[in-house]
Ligand binder design. Structure first.
Ligand code: ZN
Length: 90
């Protein structure tokens, strides 16, 4: 993701977890709480593969995609939308 200026800032501040944290944005210098979005990360696919290997019915292997705890958390500035960091499960 990039903000309006096409700038991408990844993991310059932290550490990030899977819940919003208060930071001073290096892009717009506003202090605020980050906006967290979840996306499917590597562990989601591993989990999916693992469940599939266990012989569960096909639909069950899609469950990890619905579980936020298994997904990467992307923190972005609530003011300028710059991506401040990504919390990865692995
Ligand atoms: Zn900002």
């Amino acid at each position: 993701m990039a903000n309006a200026a096409g700038q991408v800032i990844v993991a310059t501040i932290g550490p990030f977890g899977d819940s919003p944290v208060q930071v001073t944005c290096p892009s717009c210098h506003q202090t605020g709480v980050t906006k967290v979005e979840f996306s499917s990360g590597l562990i989601t696919y591993l989990f999916c593969g693992g469940l599939f290997m266990c012989g569960l019915v096909l639909g069950c292997c899609l469950i990890p995609f619905c579980v936020d705890r298994l997904r990467d958390a992307k923190h972005s500035c609530s003011n300028c939308k710059a991506v401040l960091g990504v919390y990865k499960r692995l």
